[in-house]
Design a protein around this ligand. Structure first.
Ligand code: NAP
Ligand code: MN
Length: 275
């Protein structure tokens, strides 16, 4: 079993990296940052997003594992004091692999077409001010959007930016994408749905903007500026991301622990969270 490792770069993450490597050597695990089976990320969800994009070309062949150094993460669900247990499990057996949907984003400009994969979401904003965009669903005009921006997220990304703009939390066993609005303006000219919309696999949405508008396009943690954009096509990707699960941690438990509270004696405790 070969593993790659990526950390956030802070002192704690680097110390944990050292610690993990020493434990892994003892167990005979080899580090291979170019053709790994497992990609370990030490830091937070943001670190796992970076790891995902670093291994984007091998996304079908690797399984990710995330260790968090602070608060519980959605992708990073191993605690810093559990490295010993994690190494034992990695050396002892093959993990259960769970696969989650990704978002495919095709950006068509006058210069050509570029394709991105997002683990969390795609965001669209205007650099200069209000974004104006026509949203088509399955090649039919759906709405004319005017406002701060649009977030199109994956199910695992639904607890990220999407949730901050009132989108729904979606279980990652559903192959879907969610379109959510950031502060839409509604009047006679511009009218939007006003709530988020969830599309199944094999549906797609096209976002058409004025090619003169300078756009800020976000793919997960990365933001890029684009001009001369003709349209942006979002759909559920054919590829999926794989996570190595050495122990169960149901999605709804993660949602509860991140946003509501923790379980104790059959009740949800919200007062004080354990570190
Ligand atoms: P960041 O600004 O450090 O991330 C914002 C927060 O989102 C961090 O607490 C991060 O966790 C958390 N997060 C990331 N993915 C998540 C997920 N799938 N579910 C729940 N929480 C999640 O930037 P970053 O660490 O590079 O992460 C980029 C992500 O931040 C974007 O993909 C977007 O989802 C999110 N974001 C949210 C807002 C907003 O809510 N207004 C605005 C911009 C970006 P960690 O601390 O563990 O990294
Ligand atoms: Mn972060």
């Amino acid at each position: 079993m070969k593993y790659a490792l990526l950390n956030r770069g802070d002192q704690l993450s680097r110390d944990l990296t050292e610690q993990f490597q020493a434990l892994a050597r003892e167990k005979g695990l080899t580090r291979d940052d170019s053709e790994p089976d497992i990609v370990l990320s030490i830091g937070g969800d943001g670190t796992l997003l970076q790891a995902f994009h670093r291994f984007r070309d091998r996304v079908g062949q690797v399984a990710f594992v995330g260790v968090h150094t602070g608060h519980l993460g959605f992708y990073a669900d191993w605690k810093k004091d559990e490295l010993g247990e994690l190494v034992e499990l990695m050396a002892a057996r093959k993990p259960n692999v769970v696969s989650y949907p990704l978002l495919k984003v095709e950006i068509v400009t006058d210069g050509g077409r570029s394709v991105y994969l997002a683990l969390n979401e795609f965001t669209l904003k205007s650099v200069e001010g209000t974004l104006v965009a026509q949203v088509n669903i399955n090649d039919e005009p759906f709405e004319m959007f005017r406002g701060d921006g649009i977030v199109v997220s994956t199910p695992t990304g639904s607890t990220g930016y999407n949730k901050s703009v009132n989108g729904a939390v979606i279980h990652p066993s559903l192959e879907a994408l969610q379109i959510a609005e950031i502060a839409s303006i509604n009047n006679r000219v511009y009218r939007t749905l006003g709530s988020s919309a969830i599309l199944p696999k094999h549906h797609h949405c096209d976002i058409v903007t004025d090619p003169d508008e300078l756009l800020a396009i976000g793919i997960d943690h990365l933001v890029m500026q684009f001009k001369e954009v003709r349209s942006i096509i979002c759909s559920v990707a054919d590829e999926k991301v794989h996570f190595a699960r050495y122990r169960p941690f149901p999605f709804w438990n993660r949602v509860r622990e991140a946003f509501i509270g923790w379980e104790q004696d059959g009740q949800v405790v919200t007062k004080k969270r354990p570190r």
